[in-house]
Design a binder for this molecule. Structure first.
Ligand SMILES: *Cc1c(COP(=O)(O)O)cnc(C)c1O
Length: 381
């Protein structure tokens, strides 16, 4: 079967299709902002913050300019800086390492575990020193791992816990019978509204979550040049705002978050069913305590065959992506923060084997079947 049998090309993600589905509402929302001209701190920002807070059942949502800023604002709110150590996973998006270093603190890398690409809690325990101030948990690809264990460790050692929830907005986790959305378990949660994320805007955007009122106030101040009163700067801050236009778009997009989550869950199930007998790959395992909001469908390809499979699928017009091909401590910019040259074996093996397949609400059943069939064909090459 060739891809030409399908009506439409397969895309990694289909942003125009998502827009067209919501076009009337989005165009209206944009027009309202343009007609009012309230581009900065318009009422849509506060409204959206409140709507997202309701959706996530959290007290405070604070919009900001992007997900990386959200992480930086979280660290600044907690007063983290020179002399402090922050524990982060060796396999994650670069933002977590970047913001720690930019604030003059020291990133301490810890390897991940095999099942959920989540920081290995046993190894976190060994990495704690008297200088450790915080741990950043990164929920990759739409779910989490042993966040419960990490929370226990943070409590025992009096550490702050920040959640990087840029990839798992809408996912929830149950711990001892209590269920909360991811991003709500730590002292501060961070997310991104980058266009391809679970809840994406039409440019950059981000937000922080907290249930602690003091943190909400401080984060808002820092995101606004350290001021509560205009032109009166009590703290050193930054300028990080969610634009009114993006907030207005997000108000519309939020209404479809659950439907998109369900569409992706169905594709997850279809992939798992179709690929379960394919022995040269490892399927993304679902954490039994987590209700995921799939951001990626990330398989691991055995026997160093990842790049070959990727190229094979590309020939069949199936796009795939590698998130991420270099562990953070192996990156040129961050090598010096691994002075003892610790071997992050799982992070490295993961970086060598991961391959993300298309998963989005615009994919048809037929297209997913074609992807499944093509992966099976690879075996007969
Ligand atoms: C996208 C992403 C970020 C950064 O978000 P931006 O809005 O692009 O700054 C941080 N962490 C993770 C895990 C991400 O996927």
């Amino acid at each position: 079967m060739a891809n030409t049998d399908l009506e439409n090309p397969i895309l990694m993600i289909d942003l125009p299709q998502q827009y067209l589905q919501q076009q009337t509402e989005i165009d209206q929302a944009i027009a309202q902002v343009l007609q009012k001209g309230n581009f900065i701190n318009g009422q849509q920002v506060t409204q959206f913050e409140q709507q997202l807070a309701n959706h996530l059942q959290i007290n405070h949502v604070i919009g900001c300019a992007n997900g990386t800023d959200a992480l930086q604002l979280a660290l600044m709110t907690l007063g983290i800086g020179y002399g402090d150590e922050v524990i982060i996973p060796a396999f994650a998006y670069v933002s977590v390492a970047e913001v720690v270093v930019l604030l003059g603190a020291t990133p301490v890398f810890v390897d991940i575990e095999n099942d959920y690409f989540f920081i290995d809690v046993k190894k976190v325990k060994k990495a704690i020193t008297p200088k450790t101030k915080a741990i950043i948990a990164v929920h990759l690809f739409g779910q989490t791992g042993n966040l419960a264990g990490l929370i226990d460790l943070a409590v025992e050692n009096d550490l702050f816990l920040i959640e990087d929830n840029a990839q798992a907005l809408g996912a929830s986790l149950s711990i001892n019978g209590e269920t909360k959305y991811l991003g709500n378990w730590g002292h501060l949660g961070c997310t991104s509204f980058f266009p391809t994320k679970n809840l994406g805007c039409f440019g950059d955007g981000g937000a922080l979550f907290t249930s602690i009122p003091d943190f909400e106030n401080k984060t808002r101040m820092i995101a606004s040049h350290g001021q509560l009163v205009k032109y009166q700067h009590d703290l050193v801050g930054i300028n990080s705002r969610l634009d009114t236009l993006q907030a207005a778009i997000l108000q519309v997009r939020l209404k479809y978050l659950n439907a998109q989550k369900e569409a992706k869950e169905a594709i997850y199930q279809q992939y798992c069913e179709g690929l379960k007998k394919v022995h040269f790959i490892i399927l993304p395992k679902q954490n039994p305590n987590c209700q995921p909001a799939w951001h990626q469908f990330t398989i691991q390809v055995k026997n160093q065959n990842r790049d070959k499979l990727k190229a094979y699928l590309a020939k069949k017009e199936i796009p795939t992506m590698v998130y991420y091909h270099i562990p953070l401590p192996a990156q040129l910019a961050y090598k010096l923060y691994n002075p003892k040259q610790v071997n992050f074996a799982i992070a490295q093996q993961t970086a060598n084997s991961v391959l993300s397949l298309p998963i989005h609400s615009g994919l048809t059943h037929k297209q997913v079947n074609y992807i499944i069939a093509s992966i099976k064909d690879f075996e007969n090459e």
